[in-house]
Design a protein around this ligand. Structure first.
Ligand code: F6P
Length: 360
């Protein structure tokens, strides 16, 4: 092994730069390899856009949010959007990727990404590319790892928002609704709700009833609590229904949420309880900014583990946190099924025990 490539794919996430830095430093310091970073995720791999990552290139990036390499959300070499003469068409560009890797003398690839990017990594591995994945997403919904990097920072951001909403809610005797990310799984809402002392947490895994939310608010009023705090994951759904507006991005045919559920829940609460209600959609504030200490450490451990997995010839794997140990699992185990919150999860039980309602 002489030269390896690094890619950051999918939505950005606090800790990406920390992983890029750790892969680069460990590859150079431990084994004397050269490192190349592809720009804008898989798009750069198809278009052969890259930069050399040496110790200087990754200096001073540990604490920085985003990714110095750039990323795109929806570029897939196996179904790549080509625009020629005003025409758009999707083509399989995987052969071009293999050629580019070959021409650059890249022996192996570290793919830092979530479910979508790791799926692509797995397909490339099946075509003979030596790949190791690193699990990234603020949503923490990737299978085969206890934690993805970025999750803790997103939870800390949401908790900070809840602390701020508490003081204004209390002063104005209002109901405050905070919508957080989590299209498929409610990990951020659950963790932030516990950390931020929410009264109600709504997650995709537990369909809610509006009357149960209102009951909780009324119950608080009866005990002299004139305000309530509600955390809603963007993928939360009412029992037997769908309250969320979706739009379709034409190029990708991927439904993207418009941040509708928080507003909808807020409107209904105000209508049903007559209490003044305000809604905050936290959105991409959860993705931007510096990783916290936990994520800097986890990202660094993941980056070094990825380099070591390549050295050990452990291809087609993903680095993973199991308990407190960083280990590797087959990439195959990580992709496909997303990791939802089990409805009897210990954290759900803890939340219920301290009086948090899930609106069920
Ligand atoms: O996967 C992370 C995530 O933050 C989701 O929770 C959210 O729905 C999505 O990304 C938003 O993506 P985009 O940046 O494309 O709006």
């Amino acid at each position: 092994m002489h030269r390896i490539g690094v890619i950051t794919g999918g939505g950005d996430c606090p800790g990406l730069n920390a992983v890029v830095r750790a892969v680069t430093k460990s590859a150079i310091n431990l084994y004397g390899w050269e490192v190349i970073g592809f720009e804008d995720g898989f798009k750069g791999l198809v278009e052969n856009r890259y930069r050399i990552l040496d110790l200087q290139a990754v200096s001073g990036i540990l604490h920085r949010g985003g990714t110095i390499l750039g990323t795109t959300n929806r570029d897939n070499p196996f179904n790549f959007l080509i625009e020629e003469n005003g025409q758009k068409e999707f083509r399989d560009m995987s052969a071009v990727v293999l050629e580019n890797l070959d021409r650059l003398g890249i022996d192996a690839l570290v793919v830092i990404g979530g479910d979508g990017s790791l799926n692509i990594a797995y397909q490339l591995h099946q075509k003979g590319v030596k790949v190791v994945g690193v699990p990234k997403t603020i949503d923490n919904d990737l299978s085969a790892t206890d934690l993805t990097f970025g999750f803790h920072t997103a939870v800390a951001t949401a908790m900070d928002a809840l602390d701020r909403l508490h003081t204004t809610a209390e002063s104005h005797h209002r109901v405050m609704v905070l919508e957080v990310m989590g299209r498929y799984a409610g990990w951020i809402a659950l963790a932030a709700g516990i950390a931020g002392g929410a009264d109600v947490i709504l997650i995709p895994e537990i369909p809610f009833k509006l009357e149960k939310i209102c009951e909780k608010i009324e119950e608080r009023t009866l005990t002299g609590k004139k305000f309530s705090i509600i955390v809603v994951a963007e993928g939360a759904k009412p029992e037997g229904g769908e309250m969320v507006v979706q739009k379709i991005v034409p190029e990708s045919h991927d439904p993207v949420r418009l941040g509708g559920i928080g507003n909808k829940v807020g409107e209904e609460i105000e209508r049903l309880t007559g209490k003044e209600t305000r809604v905050t959609v936290l959105g991409h504030l959860q993705r931007g900014g510096s990783p916290n200490a936990f994520d800097r450490i986890l990202s660094t451990r993941y980056g070094v583990a990825a380099t070591k997995a390549l050295k050990a010839g452990n291809y087609g794997s993903m680095v993973s946190l199991q308990g407190s140990a960083v280990t590797t699992v087959p990439l195959e185990d990580a992709i496909g099924e997303l990791k939802k919150v089990p409805v009897d999860h210990e954290m759900i039980q803890v939340a219920r025990a301290v009086g948090i309602s899930f609106g069920d």
